[in-house]
Design a protein. Sequence first.
Lengths: 250, 345
Amino acid sequence: MDILVEMTGIQKFYGRVHALRDVNLTVRRGEIVGLLGDNGAGKSTLIKVLSGAVPYTSGSIRIKGEEVVLRSTQDAIAHGIETIYQDSALVPQLSIARNLFLGREPRRGPGLLDRMDLDAMNEVAAALLRRVGISKAIPPTTPISSLSGGERQAVAIARAMHFDSDLIILDEPTNNLGVAETQGVLRFVREARDTGHSCIFIAHNIHHVFQVVDRMVVMRRGTVVADDLSPRSSTIAEVEDVITGEHLAA
Amino acid sequence: MSDHAAPMGAPRASRLRALVAAPEFAPLVLLVGMIVVFTAINPTFMSLGNIGNALAFTVELGLIALAMTLLMTAGEFDLSVGSVFGFAPVLMWTLFNASWAPLPLAFLAAMLAALLIGWASGLFVTRLGIPSFLVTLGMLLVVRGSALWLTDGFPQRTWDAGDQWLASVLVGQVCLGGEGVGCTGGLRLYMSLLWFVLAAVLCHYLLTRSRFGNWVQATGGNPNAARNRGVPTGSVKVALFMISAAMAAFAGVISSIRVSAANPNSGAGYELEVIAMVVIGGTLLTGGRGTIIGTVIGVLILRLMRNGIVMIGVPGLAYNIFIGAIILGMMALHAALERRHNAGT
């Protein structure tokens, strides 16, 4: 598989705290990578670096073979990296359609009027809702606040798929979701992979990770300690040992 | 908002539910109820003369409330609007009376000064991260102090405005069906009503149909999500602070011509009355959702209440009791509707 993202020798200091130590991470096209680690392992910092939310101290990032500098989330989006945070992906008061197109609203009429093409937005949103399987009579004009947690994740994933993001980063997408909603989110992630998108999937629940990822990367104390664990050749217990460092003690 | 309403093909019961759940519905019911009660007790409440008088002052506060709606939807508010309402006309008439500038140029200078005030407030809020409550409280004092210092505390004369075309454009009168200078028996309307209607239509369009309006709502609803999507939330807020100050200045100039005086103390306390108008209309104090139609209704509720309780014989000094009760009642109602809305029922 082609390499989509290649992070090499990433270092990050928060003052005197060494949050990331010489981290290397590779994501291939059409691959779902599970990023695992205990609290404070550096997962969130690494994801923030890749999504442009925080600057890194040193190292390099290559996307599709080209070295890039990600100074902001807009930079990351422009390079095809979409991050879906659990609580900051959508605007609760806005409709599904308005959320889907937020920041990239199609316009119609003279530019001076700044008029959104609401008909086109609603039409595309309805088609996307059908595609991710949550059409069940939810009109695209429904405010996000009326949706369940799983439906919100689906809308955020649908948005990333619609704008053809090459890499979708999902930060704890199954937190606080019921069993059925979790399965729905995992199905959306597989659908994203099947349509050519790559994903980085972060979750504390290893059972969820095992159901959907192709490969697992484990971080501990700011560094990557394993990057080729497969859910087909490893057990959950083995992966847990790597996360906690128990395998070293054994 | 119209794109949140039930679709046209939806069953009648569903459309009715959507109508009742709309934030504008409860204030509209209150407004109609008020008009019915006041008219039943004193039929002259609905006389043409009284409507004309009530509308004259209503639109001046209304202009400020429209801009405040946009700002509050973005999650901020502006306590300095009352001071700007007093300062801008004082500056304009000082420049004109001292023959430093013709009236149109003095008007532009006053509007420019207001835009600068709004820009400064916006920068303090967005660049330094200081809450708008504190920034605009400080700006309230700076601007009010400037108006008092500029005039030594005395009102500026504005009676020379009568023969100025700008005065006619801003506050010219139209008498419909009446006679004489006093428009006896008819409806006297000021040009300012036209400006208010135009501003309301423009603000409604901006908020519900334009891309900028989507950014305004997103900025107030979830600023992190908005920023992550590339929305320039800081610039949006600065622009809204500038619009808010400009609208307050415009309203102040209109008022000064209408009452033939530019008083450096005028507009004191307007900021709270305007915020009350906006929240009564259904705009969320916490940002994210705003309604211009609701604000227009909120403006009418408060101004007609002030007018109506005097006409039915309640002492004018009791006005604040009614306003406080309305605010509390409407807040309770909006909170209940919001809970139902979030519960998806």
